[in-house]
Design a protein around this ligand. Sequence first.
Ligand code: PMP
Length: 380
Amino acid sequence: MIEQSLTMIPGPTPVHANILGALARPTVSHILPAFVEEFKAALQGFRALCQTATGQPFIVAGAGTLSMEMAVVNLVSPGEKLLVISHGYFGDRFVDLATSFGIQVDVLRSEWGQAVPPATLAKKLAETSYAAVTVTHVDTSTGTCSPVAAYADVLRGRAEMFILDGVCATAGIDEPFDQWGVDVLLTAAQKAIGAPPGLALCTFSERAMARRQAKASVPAYYADILRWLPIMQDPGKYYSTPCVNEIMALAEALRMLHKEGLPARFARHAKIAQAVRAGLGALGFSLFTAPDCRADTLSVILLPAGIEDLPLRKELAARGIVVAGGLGPIAGKAFRLGHMGNIAAGEVVTVLRALEGALGALGKTVTPGGAVAAASSFLP
Ligand code: PMP
């Protein structure tokens, strides 16, 4: 039954009962003072999540792709140049997006499962300058976690706007916006933040706001941040009806997140990733992503010889677990397991036990309890 399955895909992630409770509250007027306070709380909570003193947060109905579009169209005009660092399907999405607005795009593309070395970025920027550079913090197709701190060192002091896609990272992996000199951190509600899908979130630096303000217009209406700015400064104002329930749910998710504390939350994600990988190793699985760039938020797992994608996912579904298939060149060769948001030891144990059962059902010899035993030393 739909409500009995544990959704362990790399987003949407399982939504905690407190957040679902906030979502289920009566839908109220978007200018009701109590709602306006919740909207303000969500904006403050998101800004604190970005670890910025001066960044301007935006929360708009949509999803991650809208926040990507808001970042690009507000900072890079048609005819200008954008450099995209791509570690897979979602990095490539910036290429499609920018191209469709008439932006000239250069791409630094890694092999799938690897990361572009910071020196390659430095070399490219020594040859050419750009209006902006995009970095996908964690590419959800390949599990590659970008060396963002090292890219930030290369970009520091340069004129290029630094756009960071945190859709599969924000709230699970540290992203110190001010310290890294990020110009736009963009994300969505449904992954490590742990809220249901339906919101685009992004924070613009002062420098990025000034860049937008210097443009007379941008080729956007709903995605134009200057149309949204008055609402983000005073959420009692109207531009387009906010999704009231979603914002209440996000406000609750952010309260929970700050109650846990950012350092504790990032440490929990790191521990869970270690536990999952120890368990997967005990089951004989290996990972697709190179060891030096594996994300704490998901694992991309190679299918062992003799195990096919759909039968494995069917066996897992029969045990109440939903995982995601591989994308692009690794479709049918790997599956993706999300381990981010509001999950804990219980979910890890449940997934590993289900994987053990599924492999057994498909004829693999596994040591009963071996995966959970291997994971346990990393679990609280
Ligand atoms: N960027 C990354 C890294 C993603 O993982 C995704 C979605 N999986 C997106 C962007 C697009 O987000 P959405 O599906 O919410 O539009």
